[in-house]
Design a protein around this ligand. Structure first.
Ligand SMILES: [Zn+2]
Length: 455
């Protein structure tokens, strides 16, 4: 069975004002306060495209090596729904602002500039409340070619896209706030050459839900096909355990797309391209490469690079061993912060950096790092004090200690000479018994091996 997965992502842009009117974009406690005749679709009101939203769209297109349309068009997509005051949504259709962009080797067919709908709140008694603060917020609709073949691949591509818009600073891309919404379509066919029937899945609120829903749907469709049945083209909803039918899919002609007569063709000039380029700094895939070249292991480099906050934290500390810093950041610090319900912003990176420097100079033992992070995060002890209180490695004449031990244990030395390398552990253990926490076990082991070889 050959699954084909397509993704459609809606990203809310964090411009100052809405897509076609001067209403502010933001988070409001009161409903219907950021509204005007244009976004409420009063008769005679005229939409004017937001230049910043255009530049944001261009920056994504350029960052993902897409083809920019120097002339694109707005269309009316007609459908009746309470959250749509005009009875249509202004979007793009025949010529989108960006075509054929790429992320992690996967093709994005088109990026459309469009507007948000209002937010509807369904009450238990059947009443629907509408909040038009959201109506008209600029939106990017990012449509992937159905060339993704597994839930893991879908998740990876989506994380990369989320990370990209955050790096560009064009969206918070917070899934919980609805700033980054994903619809998925899945089809399965018995051969690579033919196409199966496409099923769309909605109501996916997390990366986990997306991956689980895709996996479920591939299995469901494969079973139907193998049983000789036919998959029905429909929209299904993910309920956390399985997909269930929602409504039959509207075909494109139902939307009666036609050119928006109130907006002239959208022209992209050189100055807009230049402004968009300014937003493109070092992108996550470039960061990943740089981290790897610094000696950070591949898996850690990826985790850090594709998380804007982690990468900013990582970059803020220089002059320490990047590999060790990456390991502590991802494997220790983030984990402890999560346990305590804190964020990275609450962590004293500079203080930790000073401690790390002392460890690297050999002034403090490495095993103290974990203890210090624990005390800092859970007990609020500042790193300054932790550095003062750190047990200092004592000056020990390790060589003569080992010499004496070797002299007193001739049988063990004999075993070593016969090839029993495990004896090293015996000697290290003897030394560490008295010096635990005062000396680095690795150093002890090195001296023991050296002395045994010499004896
Ligand atoms: Zn408005």
């Amino acid at each position: 069975m050959f699954p084909r997965i397509g993704l459609e992502v809606h990203v809310e842009l964090n411009t100052k004002s809405k897509m076609f009117c001067p209403c502010p974009v933001g988070e409001w406690e009161e409903p219907n306060v950021a509204v005007c005749p244009i976004c409420l679709a009063h008769p005679g009101s005229l939409p004017v495209p937001n230049r910043t939203a255009v530049i944001f769209a261009l920056s994504l297109g350029l960052a993902l090596k897409g083809e920019i349309s120097r002339i694109s068009h707005f269309y009316r997509k007609n459908y009746f729904y309470p959250d749509l005051p005009k009875g249509y949504q202004i979007t793009q259709y025949s010529v989108p602002i960006v075509r054929n962009a790429w992320i992690l080797g996967k093709r994005i067919e088109r990026i459309n500039l469009e507007e948000e709908t209002a937010k509807s709140l369904h009450l238990e008694d059947g009443t629907v409340l509408l909040d038009f603060n959201r109506a008209g917020i600029p939106l990017l609709e990012i449509v992937f070619a159905p060339e993704i073949s597994s839930p893991e691949e879908a998740k990876e591509v989506l994380r990369a896209l989320q990370s990209t818009v955050r790096y560009l600073g064009i969206s918070g891309a917070d899934m919980e706030k609805g700033q980054f919404r994903v619809d998925v379509n899945v089809s399965v066919s018995a051969s690579r050459e033919t196409f199966g029937t496409k099923v769309e899945i909605k109501n996916l609120n997390s990366f986990k839900a997306i991956a689980d829903a895709i996996e479920y749907e591939i299995k469901r469709q494969s079973e139907i096909i193998m049983g000789g049945g036919k998959v029905i083209q429909e929209t299904r909803m993910w309920n956390g355990k399985e997909t269930e039918p929602m409504r039959t899919k509207e075909t494109e002609s139902d939307y009666r797309y036609f050119p928006e007569p109130d907006i002239p063709p959208l022209l992209v000039d050189e100055s807009m391209i230049e402004e968009a380029k300014v937003l493109i700094k070092e992108m996550p895939w470039e960061k990943e490469e740089r981290y790897i070249s610094l000696g950070v292991p591949k898996n850690l480099a990826k985790i850090i690079a594709y998380d804007l906050e982690l990468s900013q934290t990582f970059d803020s500390l220089r002059g320490v061993n990047p590999k060790r810093w990456a390991e502590y950041l991802v494997n220790v610090i983030v984990g402890r912060l999560n346990q305590k319900g804190k964020t990275l912003r609450e962590f004293d990176v500079g203080g930790f950096g000073k401690l790390l420097e002392k460890v690297e100079k050999g002034e403090i033992l490495e095993e103290y790092l974990k203890v210090a992070v624990q005390k800092n995060i859970f007990e609020g002890v500042p790193f300054e004090r932790l550095i003062e209180e750190a047990p200092k490695p004592v000056e020990i004449d390790l060589e003569s200690l080992v010499d004496e031990l070797i002299k007193n244990n001739p049988q063990q030395v004999e075993k070593y000479k016969k090839g029993q390398k495990g004896v090293v552990g015996f000697f290290v253990g003897q030394i560490m018994k008295d010096l635990r926490g005062k000396v680095d076990p690795k150093r002890v082991s090195d001296v023991v091996v050296k002395k045994l070889e010499e004896s």
